[in-house]
Design a protein. Structure first.
Length: 238
């Protein structure tokens, strides 16, 4: 949508994503292709992004939609403007289990988005992480942040919203983006639920316990599949 608007083919587009997974076929797919949590005694505590004791994700459902438009079009119709899209990036680690497990696709997506935005890592106010609480994938994701952002990766506040709504598959990216937009609007970064014990393999500044106030009006939101496709967007509050 951004590319269509930038080349002048449209001045306003509606985009979004949704996931509806709580039904037998999708749950069977999740059990085959995702690491599902085995927490039995505490369902609310089952999804534990970046926590040392995480053991998998939880299937979720959700949807979000957005109006993407030029600044002029938004102002002319009196729209409430949440943020400006500064930069986009995409990448892929390869195909299937044999893909590059270093997270090179995510590294490329983040670097591309930051370059397009003209920002340094130190200028990011927070990261909205993909983390599904996978023992394996969370480590790949965390290490990708360090490769893409350098030393700043240990300081930038990180939130992982799938701790609230689980993994809604195709809806996850849209829900996470909505979370970043609201965080920028209200100047508060949501806390990550169930983050109790830091994992030394995921050395990140995970926001937990309570929301964090933030006056920095920029964010990086990422999305990544377990097959290695990655996307990143840098936003700025207007």
């Amino acid at each position: 949508a951004v590319n269509v608007i930038e080349r002048g083919s449209a001045d306003c587009m509606i985009v979004g994503g949704c996931g509806s997974n709580i039904q037998p076929v999708d749950l069977a797919k999740f059990s085959l292709y995702e690491e599902l949590s085995r927490y039995k005694d505490d369902p609310a505590g089952a999804c534990r992004p970046f926590d040392r004791d995480r053991d998998g994700t939880v299937a979720g459902e959700g949807a979000a939609a957005f109006v993407v438009e030029t600044l002029k079009h938004a102002q002319e119709r009196g729209a409430e403007i949440y943020a400006e899209i500064l930069g986009l990036g995409a990448g892929c680690d390869g195909r299937g289990p044999a893909r590059d497990v270093s997270g090179s696709g995510l590294v490329h997506a983040i670097r591309t988005a930051l370059n397009a935005a003209g920002l340094s890592p130190e200028e990011l106010g927070h990261i909205n992480a993909q983390s599904k609480a996978s023992p394996r994938e969370d480590v790949i994701e965390a290490q990708a942040y360090h490769r893409a952002l350098g030393e700043a990766a240990t300081h930038i506040p990180v939130t992982a919203l799938q701790s609230y709504f689980g993994h809604s598959d195709a809806g996850s990216g849209a829900l996470q983006l909505a979370g970043s937009l609201l965080a920028l609007k209200h100047g508060q970064i949501p806390a990550t639920l169930n983050y109790q014990t830091p994992d030394p393999q995921c050395e990140l500044n995970v926001v937990h316990g309570s929301p964090m106030d933030s006056s920095i009006g920029t964010s990086l939101s990422v999305n990544r599949t377990n097959l290695g496709q990655s996307a990143a967007v840098v936003l700025r509050r207007l």
